[in-house]
Write a protein that binds this ligand. Structure first.
Ligand SMILES: Nc1ncnc2c1ncn2[C@@H]1O[C@H](COP(=O)(O)OP(=O)(O)O)[C@@H](O)[C@H]1O
Ligand SMILES: O=C(CO)[C@@H](O)[C@@H](O)COP(=O)(O)O
Length: 566
């Protein structure tokens, strides 16, 4: 009888709309089985699950029960589909969107799961794209600037409203009863690991990028927090306490209860959690500086390694060991990429296009992409700013909004669709040029994530706009593969895994054989369009014309929770 000696690791990627799990063979990186579970409650941006509690503009919540469903459903499916025994799974790792945070009770129960708080918006998970803490972010940035806090430079000069402290402070300001009832506030990533291991272990990646924690300096001082708000003086001990462990280490082992629920063996090593973007880098095989990776889905994150700590305006952050141990990890991003196109297909596509897509048996994205492919660069006469969900990098301003220029009575949906794609590509070029200008080399570009897989036109446009080849990660589930690799590192070599993420990347990460190459004619036209984009970017984004903010203020003065005020 031939014995199957293969060993496996499981990675689970908790995205914006769904959780994706993969079972990966150690050594080869072969993805033996994949399972996807859409979140039952999706993204809650209008109502709570009670169906009556309305959410204000800029809110985006999730239900933590959905994360447990992902684990309970996908992991047994993986084992069954692959015919793999739980004993052959040597480790498990997870990654998450971030900062996606929630208040929990001392026993780990999310406050939204307690009956008395079920109709309280602040008791739920605040998703990364919850942008309603912009006031708190502005005040935090003003205080930090006036006090000359050195941490600001490591975050490109501004702390984003998407991150932990503005969100936590919003809870304190608007719902002190929830703030008080919370034992601690945690990243959803760490909460899921806690469900698996029974222990709260905070990961150094989210602490570093999203909660202003530094490997040597720790969190900002008590003085700073007191200056922000006297009630926050002890916020770290009160609400953010807990051991912070480096990525690439073990958080603990599966408890008996968790193991029974997900069909694995108790004692299986569980990796310290990671962020969906950062975890993808080794999965594409990148472990050295100069190679920018774009993780393209609902949003885009740009991650890059460097050897020195450079202060780059408007980047999300530079964190030592934040992505790969031994390097400075840089992150930048665009908060609206796939969401941009989703908005367009949901709100702006005429019925005859829907009928045509149905006749062809394709989705709207495919139909629009097909039609947009027939256009040459510049042919639409359109130019857009990609700020439909604010600007994450390089302006770090959630109050900026979208813009389309050049529309006429002849403008067609596919032209707008293409202009939106081009706008996101220009936004990426702005990020790349800013990195270079401030001394962080970008020599090669890679992409992964849902969009890199699904939209070849988009990838070609990015290659043309950047005038650089773009290589695509080999896996269709790159973050989940990265998490599985960290699971194998948590297991360690003696248990059949790896002793470092670099070792795992060498054997399990990689790219597809073909790259998207820039086309000379398109590059020339996009250089002209990009110059115009950059002028509009400064004009609308750096205070010369604050019309976007004026419009937003008028809107909020005439509506309350999205409802017109008579
Ligand atoms: N063919 C396509 N072209 C462009 N965008 C797409 C396409 N198909 C899906 N999208 C967008 O991709 C996003 C989902 O990306 P994905 O990477 O799958 O998930 P997540 O953001 O949860 O990690 C959605 O915003 C969706 O509108
Ligand atoms: O902000 C980060 C990572 O820092 C992401 O988690 C966030 O943009 C969400 O990513 P997705 O668009 O869901 O892939």
């Amino acid at each position: 009888m031939v014995m199957n000696m293969a060993k496996y690791s499981i990675g689970v990627d908790f995205g914006t709309q769904s959780g994706r799990a993969v079972l990966v063979e150690i050594g080869t990186g072969r993805e033996v089985a994949t399972a996807v579970k859409a979140y039952t409650h999706g993204v809650m941006d209008a109502y709570l699950p009670d169906g009556v509690t309305r959410l204000a503009d800029d809110w985006a919540l999730q239900h933590p029960g959905d994360y447990l469903e992902v684990l309970h459903e996908t992991i047994p499916q993986l084992l069954q589909a692959a015919g793999v025994e739980p004993a052959d799974v040597i480790g498990i790792g997870i990654d998450f969107t971030a900062c996606t945070m929630l208040p929990i009770a001392a026993d780990g129960t999310p406050l939204c799961m307690r009956a008395e708080f079920a109709s309280h918006p602040h008791s739920y998970v605040k998703l990364w794209k919850h942008h309603a803490a912009q006031d708190e972010a502005n005040r935090l940035n003003d205080t930090a600037t006036s006090r000359g806090e050195t941490f600001l430079a490591r975050y490109g000069g501004k702390i984003s409203s998407e991150w932990m402290l503005p969100k936590l402070w919003q809870i304190l300001n608007e719902a002190p009863e929830i703030y008080d009832a919370a034992d601690v506030m945690v990243e959803a990533a760490d909460w899921v690991v806690m469900q698996l291991t029974g222990k709260l272990v905070r990961n150094s990646c989210t602490a570093g990028y999203k909660a202003i924690w530094h490997k040597r300096d720790g969190y900002p001082s008590q003085d700073f927090f007191r200056a922000l708000d006297p009630r926050l003086e002890n916020v770290i001990d009160d609400k953010l306490r807990g051991e912070i462990r480096p990525i690439g280490t073990r958080a603990g082992e599966l408890t008996e209860v968790a193991a029974n629920l997900i069909g694995l063996r108790p004692g299986t090593p569980v990796a310290v959690a990671n962020v969906d973007a950062h975890v993808s880098m080794p999965a594409v095989g990148i472990t050295e500086p100069g190679k920018l990776l774009m993780i393209m889905g609902t949003s885009t994150c740009h991650v890059l390694l460097g050897t020195e700590e450079r202060m780059v305006p408007g980047m999300c952050g530079v964190v030592e060991d934040g992505i790969i141990p031994g390097y400075m990890g840089y992150e930048a991003g665009q908060s609206c990429v796939g969401d941009h196109f989703e908005w367009f297909i949901e709100q702006c596509v005429p019925v005859n296009y829907v009928e045509e897509a149905n006749r062809q048996g394709v989705g709207i994205h495919q139909l629009l992409t097909q039609k947009a492919k027939a256009l040459r660069p510049g042919e639409s006469g359109l130019l857009a700013l990609d700020w439909w969900n604010g600007n994450r990098s390089t302006l770090v301003d959630a109050d900026l909004t979208g813009m389309l220029l050049g529309a006429t009575l002849a403008t067609k949906p596919e032209e707008i669709y293409r202009a939106l794609i081009e706008a996101t590509a220009f936004g990426t070029r702005m990020i790349v040029e800013t990195f270079r200008e401030y001394g962080v080399p970008v020599d090669e570009v890679y992409a992964c994530g849902g969009i890199a897989e699904k939209n070849d036109l988009m990838m070609q446009i990015y290659a043309d706009v950047l005038n650089m080849p773009i290589r695509i990660g080999a896996s269709s589930q790159t973050p989940a593969l990265g998490s599985a690799m960290f699971g194998a590192v948590a297991a360690g070599k003696t248990n059949g895994g790896y002793d470092s993420i670099q070792d795992a990347a060498r054997e399990m990460g990689g790219v597809k054989p073909d790259a998207y190459l820039p086309q000379e004619d398109a590059v020339k036209v996009y250089d002209v369009l990009y110059a115009e984009y950059a002028r509009l970017y400064d004009y609308f984004g750096r205070g010369e014309n604050n019309v976007m903010k004026t419009l937003k203020q008028l809107k909020s003065a005439t509506t309350k929770d999205g409802v017109p005020v008579c």
